[in-house]
Design a protein around this ligand. Structure first.
Ligand code: 5GP
Ligand code: ZN
Length: 119
């Protein structure tokens, strides 16, 4: 499940497709959504190609835990106001009926002052 030639998010993680980077480490890449719904809207992806939440297993527990604990820190850094007045929304669309368009697991983190374009 690593870096298929045709996966846009694998290419973004590898830097072969440009993006506005928020954060990067050995396993995780974070970048601004190209079509934001909210004043703050970034995507968190594993560098490894996991198609969706439907494919996660015990071997991904540490990675997903790190992504979820990183999200609040990055949300504040990107301009979300602190909880409880501010906050953010975390969404992971999974599969066609879940509204997933890009089949490389990603966590949407959205926040900032209302109203939002969507959501
Ligand atoms: P999904 O519908 O799969 O949950 O979300 C895919 C998200 O990826 C959408 O919000 C869309 O705007 C974003 N997206 C799609 N292609 C690109 C791209 O090339 N660059 C960036 N930065 N975001 C993208
Ligand atoms: Zn991929």
């Amino acid at each position: 499940m690593s870096h298929p030639d045709n996966c846009i998010f694998c290419k973004i993680a590898a830097g072969t497709i440009p993006s506005r980077k928020v954060y990067e480490d050995e396993d995780i890449f974070v970048f601004h959504d190209i079509a934001p719904w909210a004043p703050v809207h970034f995507l968190m992806i594993p560098k490894a190609h996991i198609p969706s939440m439907a494919q996660v297993g015990a071997e991904h527990e540490a990675l997903l835990g790190r992504m979820m604990t990183l999200a609040p820190k990055l949300a504040l850094e990107q301009g979300c106001r602190p909880y409880p007045e501010g906050g953010f929304r975390i969404v992971t669309n999974t599969g066609a009926e879940g509204g997933q368009e890009v089949h490389h697991l990603h966590i949407h983190v959205m926040g900032g002052p209302r109203p939002w374009l969507r959501g």
